[in-house]
Design a binder for this molecule. Structure first.
Ligand code: SF4
Length: 343
């Protein structure tokens, strides 16, 4: 795919404007899997040939792709990409051929890059620990700011209209004003009750444009509705076994559905996490409809569920591993970001 072929303006969240890869290599290992698009393997090999890469590396690329169903994926023998140079903590393809030698997924991670009629919009996944650290340290309201033309091609193109709810479309201007509404509201969140109200509203009434009267208890109960002790145990075990589980999302979705009807747990959320949890929700608002392929309402519901899950995971890990909850938050974000909540 071409890089910003129409020279459209590019924007990205100010919180992540200074993002640089810190080589955590999380994205090169399970549970992340890299999809190889049609024609990409050939293009990567051509790039390696152009830069006179060693024949051994081209052979690794040639044997490094596996077909799973309708998808082609980079192989992960032992849970890590076969093109990862573990001793150097570096990608062999990138080292030889630069960004042009990578798949779209590898090149863009942790970005989600979407072309809108108004410009190119970059979002970030909190499944990357570097992004999570920036989220924790962020200040000020969530806002999209101009970015330099990037080397990150759009993954998808989105038209003038998106879906608000299934079967009901909304114009881009409507989407932008709805996002602004949520971001403004989230920016004012500073108590547990305020956070609970915004999460519960996102879950129950995602198309609203009205800030409801604060009813923390009721809001908190609604926001917790999808959680159970069993879910928390499942997520804890996922964290403990991530490297050996491979691509576990499908299994996790199935398990989540089975657990959904159970009783909610009732943890107390640490007030120190309120604002950073609101920031996580703001990131979810950006991704809804534009980046996640859902309706706006479904995207908001899923984002609210993910925040609730992440808060509860942070407390669960703190109790299990005897650590301050602020220290377990990044792991909770990692797991929560990989749990795809149904709506
Ligand atoms: S190809 Fe390189 S960047 Fe992509 S997953 Fe493998 S090691 Fe990581």
């Amino acid at each position: 795919m071409e890089l910003n072929p129409k020279s459209l303006p590019v924007c990205q969240p100010s919180w992540f404007a200074t993002y640089e890869c810190q080589r955590t290599m999380v994205c090169c290992q399970a549970p992340w899997r890299v999809v190889v698009l049609d024609g990409e393997q050939q293009a990567m090999d051509t790039r390696l040939a152009t830069v006179d890469a060693p024949p051994e590396l081209r052979a690794r690329l040639a044997s490094g792709v596996v077909t799973r169903g309708n998808s082609r994926l980079l192989k992960q023998p032992g849970g890590a990409c076969s093109l990862l140079d573990r001793s150097e903590r570096a990608c062999s393809l990138h080292a030889s051929g630069g960004l042009a030698a990578l798949t779209l997924a590898c090149r863009n991670f942790p970005r989600s890059v979407v072309e809108l009629p108004t410009g190119v919009e970059i979002g970030f996944t909190t499944g990357c620990p570097t992004v999570t650290a920036m989220l924790n340290a962020a200040s000020g309201p969530f806002e999209l700011v101009a970015a330099a033309a990037t080397g990150y091609p759009p993954r998808i193109r989105v038209g003038d209209e998106l879906e608000l709810v299934r079967g009901r479309s909304m114009a881009l201007a409507d989407l932008f004003s709805r996002r602004a509404f949520w971001w403004q509201w989230l920016g004012a969140v500073d108590t547990t009750d305020a956070l609970a109200t915004v999460l519960a509203t996102a879950y129950r009434s995602p198309t609203t444009r009205v800030v409801p009267d604060g009813d923390g208890d009721r809001g908190l109960a609604a926001a917790r509705i999808r959680l159970s002790t069993a879910q928390l145990e499942l997520a804890t075990s996922v964290l403990a076994t991530l490297p050996s589980r491979g691509h576990y999302r499908a299994e996790l979705r199935r398990t989540w559905r089975a657990l959904k009807p159970r009783e909610a747990s009732d943890p107390t959320w640490d007030p120190s996490l309120v604002q950073v949890a609101a920031r996580l929700m703001a990131v979810g608002v950006q991704l809804a409809a534009v980046h996640d392929g859902r309706t706006f309402a479904a995207g908001l519901r899923a984002a609210a569920q993910r925040v609730v899950l992440t808060l509860d995971l942070a407390h669960r890990f703190a109790a299990e591993f005897d650590q301050p909850v602020a220290d377990t938050w990044p792991d909770a974000v990692m797991v929560g970001s990989n749990l795809v909540a149904p709506t």
